[in-house]
Design a protein. Sequence first.
Length: 499
Amino acid sequence: MNKFFLISIFTLAGFLLQAQQLLIDKQPVVWLESANEIDSLHWSDWRLNGLEASWNNLTPLNITAINFQDAVFVDQNNGPLFIPYNPKKKGNLKMYVVYHIEDTIYENGIWTMKFDSTKRIGLTSQRILGAYKDIRYSQTTQPDLYINALTQSWKNEKPDTTISGIQIGGTDSLQFFGKIAEVMYFDTKPGARDNEKIHTYLAVKYGITLNRINYLSSQNEVVWNTKKEVAFTNDVAALGRDDLIMINQRQSAGQGGASELTMFLGSLEEKNANNPFTINDYNYIVWGHNGKPINEVEMDTGGQLPISNILNRKWKVKVTGAQFPFLPVNIKFNGNSFDSISPLELIISRNCEGPFEFDSTDIYLPDSVDNQRNFYFSNIVWDTDFSGADLFSFRIASPSVNRQNKALQTENILEETDKNLKFGVYPNPGDGLFTVTIEPAEEEDFILEITDVTGKIVSVEEIHTDVFYTLSKQLLTQGVYFFKLSTKTQTQTQRVVVK
C-alpha cells in the first residue's frame, strides 16, 4: 500500500528570449508570470522548460492588475490551467502562488498536482489537499490578497503519465474566481534564505505584506525586519531595484495597490512597466503603517502636542542604499475618509520618534487635489539625516496659517506659535542654489548661520532689515544642511537638502 507523507508550510502573507532566474540555489521548474507571453491558448513558462500551461476553454483573456503589475482573471470560463507534468515516485515540492479570490461564497480551488485519477495533492481556499487526508485550515473563503507558499512531500507514488499534471486556478471539482498573478513550482524545497528572497520578490512586486518573513535583499541584507517593525506591519509596500532577485518597482501601494497611500517615482502610470524612471541597482524604500483608524485625529490633551491635528495613523519608512536620500519621491494620498474640507499636509519626523517635534519635523503642502480628493505631494526626499528611517503622517491643515510654499519646513511650524517672523528657504530639496526669504515684523538685526550635519559652520552672515528681504546661497556639496536665523529674542532653523 502506497504511503503519502504531507508536510505543509502554509504561508498566508496578506509574490529577451532567455530563461529568467533569481539569485537562489534552486530555480523553479515551472514559472508562470503574468507579464510573460500569455494568450487565450496558453500561459508560457518563464523558465523555458517546455512546460506550457494550457487554458481549459478558449475565451478572451481578461488582463487586470495587482499593484500596477499584470494579473490574469481566472474563472469557470477559462480555468483551470493544466500543465502536463510527470512527478517523480518520490518528491518534495514547494508551490508559490500569488492570488486574490473575489468570490468568497464558495470554496475555491487554487492548485492541484494529480498523480492519477484518485491521488492528488494541492490547495483550496479552505483546505490543504492530501492523498488520503485533507487538512481544513479555514471554514470560510477569504477575499484577501495572498502569497501562498505550500510545501508537500510524498514517496512510493506511481503517477499515471496519461493524466498526471498540475492544475492552476481550479481543480476537477472546484472552480476559481479571481486574479492570479504569478506561480512558481519548485521540485525541491528552497532553503530558508532563498525562501525569504522569493517572498521579498513577490511581496515588493505585488504590494503584499509579509507578517512573519523578513524582506531580504539579494545581498542577504534585511531591508524590513517584520519582528522589529511589528508596530508598522500594515499595508507594507516598497519601491526599489535589486537586479539579482528581479525587483524593479517604481510605483507601489499596499494591499496590492488598493491602499490609500501610493508612492511613485517620476509620473504615476497605469502599470509599473510603463514607468520609465530609473532606479540604481540595490536601493530600497519600504513603508508600513500602525493600523490605527485613518479617519481619527490624535487629540491634544491640554496643549501637550507640539503639532496638532495629526492623524492617529502613522507610517514608518526604511531606506536601504545610497540613492534614496537624494531621490525625489512622489506621494498620492486619498483623503475621502475625512469629513473636513480643509487640506491635508504631509508631516515627516526625521528622528523617527514621536511625537512630531518642531526641530525635527518637516511639513509639506500638497501640489494638487483631484476630484476624488487624492492629495499629491511631489519631490519628497526620505532619510535626509541618513539615519535609515523616517516617521510620517498627515494632519488636517489649520486655515489660520499663511502658506505660500509647497514645502513648508520647520519655520512654518513655528509660525503658529510665533507669527512675528517669517523665514523661508527654497527650493528644498534643491540642486545647491537656494533663495532665503526673511519677512520681519519690525526693524531688527539678524544672523544667518549655515552648518552641515557634523555641526561645521559653512557660512555666517549678518543682516539688518525692516522690510521683506531675499538673498541667494549656494552649497556645492550634496548632503543635509541647517539654516539658522537668529535675533535677540528668537531662533528659527530649517533643514535643507542638496541633491
